[in-house]
Write a protein that binds this ligand. Structure first.
Ligand code: MLT
Length: 257
């Protein structure tokens, strides 16, 4: 499947994968900053943004295959740096498992390597059914409270409105497909352990969705891993703290050469 994407800049490719139930616009800050020295590519994953919404479920491996097909069709040569936030990180790890030779560095933001517990998977199925029943993603709107640190939630209403709008606009079938796909993803800590490329893990100190120990476990599993914890930030580090996130990514890319 060919995905909608933005691209800017030239040089070594950096592919950034958005979280659930968001779209590529979450990287608008990073595109400008990183494209000075890199070709930055930001796809909309299947069922999100302007990409097609086929019937679900969407296993993370299929989302990864879509990204690879889209990059190939656009003539973007591997190896690339792949960065993913939360669900985007699950997709990045699925890609690293299948096609490790295509990856020259991994950036895992506000994400985890572990699988869902049975309870978490059941909650996702309930949520997918509600979305299908209502024919809308309105039931996901409460998620914004968990996505942001309290200071962002109360101090940056424009950002909260922007994300609420993206969640509302996500296709119901796309959200349900992704929820069911995330529910069946396997544990991929072993993938990180087996990778022979540098791994940067970025965590938000106040992330209500991914505990810091999950981020630490990924950085420690990597043969060349680094953990940056950004203070005062929730689940959306690139949007809540673009300066600190960009600085961490730029220093990582600089190290890769
Ligand atoms: C995301 O931000 O992509 C989601 O919180 C991931 C998840 O629900 O596990």
């Amino acid at each position: 499947m060919r995905l909608a994407f933005d691209e800017q800049g030239s040089g070594p490719a950096v592919v950034l994968l958005h979280g659930f139930p968001l779209d590529r616009t979450m990287w608008s800050g990073q595109i400008g900053v990183l494209s000075g020295h890199h070709r930055v590519v930001t796809p909309d994953l299947r069922g999100h943004g302007e990409s097609p919404t086929p019937p679900g479920p969407y296993p993370m491996e299929e989302l990864a295959a879509d990204v690879v097909e889209t990059l190939d069709a656009a003539g973007i040569e591997p190896p690339y740096v792949v960065g993913g936030l939360s669900m985007g990180g699950y997709v990045a790890l699925a890609m690293a498992e299948r096609l490790p030779d295509r990856i020259r560095g991994l950036i895992l933001l506000n994400t985890r390597a572990g699988a869902d517990s049975p309870e978490a998977a059941a909650r996702r199925e309930d949520s997918a059914r509600t979305i299908e029943h209502e024919g809308s993603t309105e039931s996901l709107s409460g998620m914004v409270e968990k996505l942001f640190a309290p200071s962002t939630l109360h101090g940056r209403p424009e950002l909260v409105d922007q994300i609420s709008g993206v969640i509302r606009r996500t296709a119901p079938g796309g959200a349900a497909g992704a929820l069911r796909g995330m529910a069946t993803r396997p544990d991929r800590l072993g993938v990180i352990r087996s990778l022979r490329v540098p791994v940067l893990v970025i965590a938000g100190e106040e992330d209500a969705i991914v505990p810091e120990e999950d981020s630490r476990a990924m950085a420690e599993a990597a043969s060349d891993g680094e953990l940056i914890v950004i203070p005062g930030v929730g689940h959306l580090s690139p949007m809540e703290a673009p300066g600190a996130t960009d600085a961490a990514i730029r220093s990582f890319l600089g190290r890769l050469g």
